[in-house]
Design a protein around this ligand. Structure first.
Ligand code: SF4
Ligand code: SF4
Length: 220
């Protein structure tokens, strides 16, 4: 399907069927698990497991966007029902990727509605106590929570609103610049941001903070 030569029609006549070489398991084939064959399967013999039992195709809403996993910028269409993503497809039409996606773009969307996803800025509990945001004093434990159980972000942080977070960051930036100068800062940007975000980021580092200490994950 994508040049991996993982599946092919094998056999003759009534015994012909789509299979891997020698009918072996997919894991032993050259399949890269991109899921493109699932998207183009004309008979629905292949379907995304995540959408089974979740409704009819015409009940799903589709939202086209740009995959944020890497700088290729593939166009992806998310099929959703009641705000829940059920599967992703390469968006048809002229685009960088045609209808193909790699494994990350096609299957790596479950974080969007994951219960552990952060939906607001978080502030360390000791600072929140000092600022009067919580009335529970808190100290960093000597023992790593990893040693006893899976750590929960709420153990050490409290959610705060964006205005409070941005004001606090602005104050800390000003304090640090005053005490140590602009080269006390270092900024790292990400390929998962848009070009416009990355442009604004370098502008902020250079023009607002006054340092050229910045880099981008694509160079690391
Ligand atoms: S998942 Fe991708 S590589 Fe594997 S058989 Fe389907 S199209 Fe080919
Ligand atoms: S689908 Fe894969 S190749 Fe395309 S932008 Fe996303 S991560 Fe990059």
């Amino acid at each position: 399907m994508i040049g991996a030569n993982a599946i092919e029609v094998v056999g003759r006549g009534f015994t012909s069927h789509v299979a891997t070489p020698f009918d072996g398991p997919m894991i032993d084939s050259s399949c890269v698990f991109c899921g493109t064959c699932v998207q183009v399967c004309p008979t629905a013999a292949l379907l995304p497991v995540a959408r089974l039992g979740k409704g009819r195709e015409w009940e799903l809403k589709r939202t086209k966007t740009t995959c944020g996993y890497c700088g290729v910028g593939c166009q992806v269409s998310y099929a959703q029902k009641n705000g829940e993503i059920l599967y992703a497809e390469g968006a048809p039409g002229p685009s960088v990727n045609g209808e193909t996606l790699c494994t990350k773009g096609r299957f790596g969307w479950d974080f969007a509605s994951h219960k552990d996803r952060l939906t607001s800025p978080m502030l360390r509990r000791d600072l929140a106590y000092e600022m009067g945001i919580t009335d529970e004093p808190w100290e960093l434990s000597d023992k790593s929570p990893l040693a006893v159980r899976k750590p929960d972000v709420n153990d050490s942080f409290v959610p705060i609103d964006w205005d409070t977070a941005l004001n606090l960051v602005g104050e800390k930036f000003a304090e640090t610049a005053k005490a140590h100068g602009p080269d006390a800062f270092m900024g790292l940007s990400s390929a998962r941001c848009t070009n416009e975000d990355n442009y604004i980021f370098q502008k902020f580092m250079r023009a607002a903070l006054g340092t050229n200490n910045l880099d981008h994950c694509a160079r690391l």
